[in-house]
Write a protein that binds this ligand. Structure first.
Ligand code: NAD
Ligand code: WQD
Length: 342
């Protein structure tokens, strides 16, 4: 079966995608420099799928190592490119780290395929829409000027990929615009491993519930939404992983839409922060200690996706709802307490 390179494959979304690729009959091969993940994740993946995936540790900004790896693996037919720096706040403080890592790794990888066909799936983000004018937001909504260097790397990377696919003819590209990935594998053997104090809602909720954090602060309840808190389209990471398999399958068949395409990947449903907390309390049976604080700078008020294009053209649909997202995230947090990965 086809060999698929998963860059960033020991990371949060990458590790779940490795599992789903294997289940779908592919041979996933991981490259990761472990800058934001742990080598133990390979053993965890092995516990789920029964084999340890092929893995090489190096930095994808390294031109020689990347070229050597690609020449040693000529049977790679597709790449899913997760490897990137992803902390929005850090990108504001250290933008060059983000422009360096996210662009050099991407361009370096693309440059290895100037002479041969390659299917390429890119991790983009709903952050490209900013605060959308219409909801649910469709793929044709305008891309708004990014409020962070991280978001800007996603916008520009999409442009790089579109122009590359158009110019050369041998690159077949799909960019997936993820909404808010949450949750963990049902086995609780893999999940999100935030570095330091979590910036994202779900790991902050589960770390508070387990006692690692004293309390969650809800960033504002005076927005123009039904309960005053911000609304997001949370998507279970296993559904998201499956969307990558569907994207590879579409590229293998030949995408009738052409060499470059974009899909929203979410559930199409919006949940407020307060609703997410209530769903967590319901799924976990834990009361969460939270307070309402001031708004967070740069937060979008509300965003959820129109996912009909992915349903029709990728043949993919989110199957797991907010209860499974919350219960799997909680199961993973409890697993980590008993089996720390550090
Ligand atoms: P993650 O940090 O868990 O995974 C990224 C992996 O890439 C890490 O294992 C890291 O060690 C590796 N990496 C980074 N730079 C590298 C380099 N130069 N060479 C080799 N490996 C490198 O992040 P994630 O949440 O799994 O996100 C995966 C992708 O999805 C990223 O591109 C991210 O921007 C994008 N994305 C994430 C979210 C989210 O909320 N998690 C939302 C939208 C898009
Ligand atoms: C969700 C909601 C917060 C923490 C960010 C990036 C985006 C994407 C996903 C990659 C918001 C609220 C959060 C807390 C809270 N990443 N919140 N208290 O902001 O939608 O998106 O991650 O592409 O680019 O910007 O996700 O999980 O940080 O927040 O009240 O302690 O939870 O205000 O409404 P966000 P998030």
């Amino acid at each position: 079966m086809s060999k698929i390179l998963v860059t960033g494959g020991t990371g949060y979304i990458g590790s779940h995608t490795v599992v789903e690729l294997h289940k779908a009959g592919y041979t996933p091969v991981i490259v990761d420099n472990l800058s934001n993940s742990n080598i133990q994740i390979l053993d965890q993946i092995e516990k789920i799928i029964g084999v340890k995936p092929q893995f090489q540790e190096f930095d994808l900004c390294d031109v020689e190592k990347t070229a050597q790896f690609i020449s040693e693996n000529p049977d790679i037919t597709g790449i899913i490119h997760f490897a990137a720096s992803k902390a929005v706040g850090e990108s504001v403080v250290d933008p060059l780290k983000y422009y360096h890592n996210n662009f050099f790794s991407l361009i370096n990888l693309l440059n290895q395929y100037r002479e041969k066909p390659i299917n390429f799936v890119f991790s983009s983000s709903c952050t490209v829409y900013g605060e959308p004018d219409n909801l649910p937001v469709t793929e044709s909504a305008p891309v708004k000027k990014s409020t962070s260097p991280y978001g800007n790397t996603k916008q520009i990377a999409e442009e790089i990929l579109e122009e590359t696919a158009k110019a050369y003819g041998n690159y077949n590209v799909v960019a997936l615009r993820y909404f808010n990935p949450v949750g963990a594998h049902e086995s609780a053997l893999i999940g999100e491993l935030p570095n330091g104090v979590p910036q994202n809602l779900l790991p902050f909720i589960t770390q508070t519930a387990i006692g690692k954090r004293e309390k969650l602060t809800v960033y504002g309840n005076d927005y123009d939404t039904p309960d005053g808190s911000c609304i997001r389209d949370y998507i279970h990471v296993v559904d998201l992983a499956k969307a990558h398999v569907a994207a590879i399958q579409l590229l293998e068949k030949g995408n009738p839409n052409g060499k470059y395409d974009v899909f929203n990947i979410g559930t199409g449903n919006g949940y407020s922060v307060l609703e997410a907390i209530a769903a967590f309390e319901n799924a976990s049976g834990q009361k969460l200690n939270y307070v309402v604080g001031p708004r967070r700078d740069g937060d979008v008020v509300q965003v959820w996706g129109d996912v009909s294009k992915a349903q029709k053209e990728l043949g993919w649909d989110a199957k797991l709802g907010i209860d499974e997202m919350m219960s799997s995230a909680w199961k993973w947090e409890k697993y980590l307490q008993e089996n720390p990965i550090a």
